[in-house]
Design a protein around this ligand. Structure first.
Ligand code: AMP
Length: 426
């Protein structure tokens, strides 16, 4: 069939079969975050453009090249969110959420938008799940955030995981390192790509993140941040690593890991999966001790991560760890005749309080209705025809064995309870 409309490039539909896996991934994330003491926060998908310019960083590729920015009817500059951290901090300040506790912990999930070049695991509308801890300077908070991320992925059954961590140092270490890096790069500009020449001027740290082969050669010889870290930053990083080791999380220190967003200080990390590849990380995060202040709040340290769920799904598919597709229905109600349908409708409504029920609308031939039940993977089919109706009974067919029994109408729910258990099989 010739379609009139198609989904926009870089967006994708999540069709029912895949949506089941999505729901499982999202439930797992909410479950793990909840057990670690994070509360859910839901935020708008568009904000003032300036929020991301000031938060994510004016010089980042995300803000410079990838934002969906538009003017609304009143001429306000708005952007679809490319990430959620600036929104979390905005909401934290706007609603004075810090007043309740010394430390606030949030988790979120939802669509993000970046005008990226679409490819495997790369979309223009994609989904992230993440957490933020606001109000703790402790290296334990960095380790906890990494721990949530890891636990989430492990609970999805993923094993082929790797993690890189690094520290960028505190603000003064970062400035110092930027200068050293700039110095180092100053006589190698010719060898760098056009983007990196620009990065050199605006934000030299970002050169370290470049994927262009020629730039990588230069970067390999660049001095490491570890050479200039202050004693507090060294201690902070040591304590993060000690926590991770104690918790049995394996990681590799990568002194060239900087990540793409501007607000990070000290710890940064990325998690990747063997099948999805190191260039397409499952997610990452780090500490950002100055963003709350940048948005006009009091000096408040914070740390968080965000995971791309399309990539997590790729990893789940590669490892075949998705929870087996559950059946679409526990029981199908088939009926023959108008009056029988009303009876089936009534019983099905009752059964739907506890089980997944598919109700056949049309009084097609019984074998057609049974074929639907088989297709849906139903365990049972309840059949009501004129004869059953007249005698006040329901016939129930076990779809696996083919056995049939007859029950009095008033006994059906109790029998189902016994047979299917208290809950649907999901
Ligand atoms: P970032 O905030 O850029 O570090 O992104 C965090 C995570 O979001 C990445 O590790 C990816 O898993 C995911 N992500 C970022 N951009 C995209 C995209 N265009 N398409 C799909 N996932 C993405």
């Amino acid at each position: 069939m010739a379609e009139k409309f198609r989904a926009m490039r870089g967006t994708h539909d999540i069709l029912p079969e895949e949506a089941r896996t999505w729901r499982w991934i999202e439930d797992t994330f909410a479950g793990v975050s909840g057990r670690y003491g994070y509360e859910e926060i839901r935020l708008p998908v568009f904000e003032a453009t300036e929020l991301f310019e000031r938060g994510t960083g004016f010089a980042t590729d995300v803000v410079q090249k990838e934002m969906y920015t538009f003017l609304d009817k009143k001429g306000r500059r708005l952007s679809l969110r490319p990430e959620a951290t600036p929104s979390v901090i905005r909401a934290f300040l706007e609603h004075n959420l810090g007043r309740r506790a010394g430390v606030s912990k949030f988790f979120y999930m939802g669509p993000m938008f970046r005008y990226d070049r679409p490819g495997a695991g790369r979309y223009r509308q994609f989904h992230q799940a993440g957490v933020e801890i606001i109000g703790s300077p402790s290296p334990g908070a960095d380790a906890e955030v990494i721990g949530v991320f890891w636990a989430f992925l492990r609970e999805l059954g993923l094993t082929k995981l790797g993690m890189r961590i690094n520290t960028l140092g505190c603000r003064s270490c970062r400035i110092k390192y930027s200068e050293i890096l700039k110095d180092f790069l100053s006589d190698k500009l010719e060898a760098l790509c056009a983007d990196c020449k620009e990065r050199y001027a605006k934000n030299p740290l970002r050169v370290l993140d470049c994927k262009v082969a020629a730039c990588k050669v230069v970067i390999a010889r660049a001095p490491d941040v570890s050479t200039i870290l202050c004693a507090e930053c060294v201690e902070h990083f040591d304590r993060v690593k000690a926590c991770l080791q104690a918790a049995g999380l394996s990681f590799r220190v990568d002194p060239k890991l900087v990540r793409g967003l501007d607000y990070y200080t000290r710890t940064v990390f990325e998690v990747y999966h063997e099948a999805v590849g190191i260039e397409n990380s499952l997610g990452g995060g780090g500490r950002y001790d100055h963003l709350v202040e940048e948005f006009g709040g009091p000096a408040t340290p914070a740390v968080g991560f965000s995971s791309g769920l399309e990539r997590v799904l790729l990893a789940v598919e590669a490892e075949g760890s998705a929870r087996g597709a559950s059946e679409a229905a526990d029981i199908v109600f088939a009926s023959l005749g108008e009056q029988a349908f009303i009876e089936a409708f009534t019983l099905a409504s009752e059964a739907r309080k506890r089980w997944r029920v598919w109700l056949e609308f049309d009084q097609r031939k019984l074998d057609r209705q049974l074929a639907t039940a088989a297709k849906l993977g139903a365990r049972l089919t309840a059949i009501i025809g004129d004869d059953e109706l007249a005698r006040g009974v329901v016939r129930i067919k076990d779809m696996a064995s083919g056995d049939q029994i007859e029950l009095r109408r008033q006994d059906v729910i109790a029998w189902l309870d016994n047979r299917l258990g208290g809950k649907s099989s999901e």
